[in-house]
Design a binder for this molecule. Structure first.
Ligand code: GLC
Length: 532
């Protein structure tokens, strides 16, 4: 069926896989993963059963923030490969039915981008207004109280031209000025350039950023605490989440829908309020998918998770597709944050992620239960989080190389090569060993994705909560009943159900499920609903 006519989109009911290119597979023995390494792993991804991949930044960059500081939006980072490699990757992925999303960084550029180099050359420079420049405050010092991602002033003094420039992240990441129409035109061209090359869409970095308050008013103090409350005690009311940003996505959506199949805009929408998150979908005319950080940061507990899911579904406009993810390169891995490395919990978390309605995004290594790796300070590579307790440890902890096999370098790079970040415990957790064992976490994940594709793929399945005791979470999704025991005690499945299609405990598939069926601690099942 013609996707544009049916209203169905390939990502609805799909599973995306976030692939951190530098840590996936190194084919040229320089210690960094590369595009050829991604190609080498496509058969594995197709075996696993994902529908698409999101590649961490692939564009040229001085790597102060590992690609999130772009110096050329129309190129490929030479350390990762060439444009021909990326074209081949898209073609090889397509041959396996896998779509490829790139990471687009529109909030800021690298200070090494030619636009910024020109902008910094003088107040009359052609690209001066591409960035946010301001005079000192009346009494001297930065123009306002905004803070960057390290907790320092978001303003850097530029002596040669006598003004400050804004950087909400590192000072080598100057923020673009979206009040300037030429910036819009540049990004329209960037979108078309990549869409024309067959890229299936973009994950949009700092999607809630872009526009800044035109009057540069001070951000107010934060009212809550925790990662969703703001930054370093401030609520970013004027530095982020400005209403004009929605116009950018309405514009981009038209461009994305002009292609066949329509291209996907998946926003990194770092907002704590689910109503505000819903706003990024617009009236089905802005982002098609918006990451849900309240879900990411919810504790692994039945009531809190089911509350976030229920509220999200209630707030999202009709037809909008929710997105569920639990790990990424910033927030760490769920196998550590939610599960403390407990395999029962890892299995249960995967079962939940695979059965929620909408789109699920797995992070590389989630499928084998990879945990965070405590990287010693002298080996850390992320400048933004290196010294900051506020990141809950260095972000490097979730960026360590993929553990393909039990060898010292985990099959990530050749023996004897120093990987860019140290590996975790490859003997305890690796793809090769788990692939041989159908009862492994990887075996379970693959079965879950196959079940999802068969039962929940191709659309946004209706979801309905089933009343359950404290600590237990049960829901009906499509023709399935999911029952999850998020406690240390055995639990009774809260309603009658049919055949068990899958259980997180090995050897339990296919049994008829009696009304009084008992789940072990941290066990989950997927059964048919309604019962016969
Ligand atoms: C996003 C990215 C993060 C990066 C930041 C600045 O949050 O996920 O890794 O440091 O934007 O681009």
């Amino acid at each position: 069926m013609d996707e544009s006519d049916s209203g169905r989109r390939w990502w609805q009911g799909a599973v995306l896989y976030q692939l951190y290119v530098r840590s996936w597979r190194d084919t040229d023995a320089d210690g960094y993963g590369d595009l050829d390494g991604v190609i080498a792993g496509l058969d594995y991804l197709s075996w696993l059963g994902v529908d698409g991949i999101w590649l961490s930044p692939t564009m040229p960059s001085p790597d102060q923030d590992w690609g999130y500081d772009v110096s050329d939006y129309l190129g490929v980072h030479p350390e990762l490969g060439t444009m021909a490699d990326l074209d081949r990757l898209i073609a090889e992925a397509g041959a396996r039915g896998l779509r490829v999303l790139l990471d687009l960084v529109p909030n800021h550029t690298s200070s090494a981008h030619p636009w910024f180099i020109d902008a910094a050359s003088g107040r009359d420079a052609r690209h001066r207004d591409y960035y946010v420049w301001a005079d000192p405050a009346p009494g001297g010092g930065p123009p306002n109280n905004w803070l960057d991602a390290t907790g320092h002033s978001a303003w850097a003094w530029h002596q040669p031209t006598g003004q400050y420039y804004l950087h909400l992240f590192l000072d080598s990441q100057p923020d673009l000025n979206w009040h300037q129409p030429a910036v819009h035109e540049e990004f329209r061209e960037i979108l078309r350039f990549w869409f024309d090359r067959g890229v299936a869409g973009f994950r949009i970095d700092v999607a809630h950023g872009l526009y800044k308050d035109a009057e540069l008013r001070d951000d107010p103090p934060a009212t809550g605490s925790g990662p969703m409350a703001g930054r370093f005690g401030q609520r970013p009311a004027f530095s982020q989440n400005r209403p004009e940003t929605h116009g950018v996505y309405r514009d981009w959506r038209k461009i994305a829908e002009g292609y066949l199949p329509p291209r996907l805009l998946l926003g990194e929408t770092w907002v704590g309020d689910l109503g505000r998150l819903a706003g990024y979908y617009g009236h089905d005319d802005e982002l098609q998918l918006a990451f849900n950080f309240p879900f990411v940061f919810a504790p692994f507990a039945a009531r809190q998770l089911s509350d976030v899911v229920g509220t999200t579904l209630a707030r999202l406009p009709a037809g909008a597709c929710p997105v569920w993810t639990a790990s990424n390169h910033d927030v760490g891995r769920f196998a550590s944050r939610w599960c403390g490395g407990d395999e029962r919990k890892v299995r249960l978390a995967l079962l939940v992620l695979a059965t929620l309605p909408g789109t699920t995004v797995l992070y590389y290594g989630d499928e084998i239960g990879m945990t965070d790796v405590m990287v010693p300070p002298e080996l850390r590579r992320d400048a933004m989080s290196r010294d900051r307790a506020s990141w809950d440890g260095s972000r490097d902890r979730a960026r360590t190389p993929m553990q393909w096999n039990a060898s010292r370098n985990g099959g990530f790079t050749a023996a004897g090569v120093m990987p860019w970040l140290p590996l975790g415990d490859t003997a305890a957790c690796n793809v090769a060993d788990q692939r041989r064992d159908p009862d492994s976490v990887l075996g379970l994940c693959r079965s879950l994705l196959a079940l999802r594709r068969a039962e929940l793929g191709g659309g946004i399945t209706p979801y309905e909560i089933v009343p359950a005791a404290e600590g237990h979470w049960a829901y009906r999704v499509g023709g399935l009943l999911v029952a999850a025991n998020l406690t240390d005690q055995p639990a009774v499945v809260p309603c009658p159900a049919g055949e068990v299609l899958l259980s997180t405990a090995a050897g339990e598939v296919g049994a008829e499920l009696a009304a009084e069926r008992v789940l072990g601690p941290w066990q989950g099942i997927i059964a048919r609903y309604p019962p016969p």
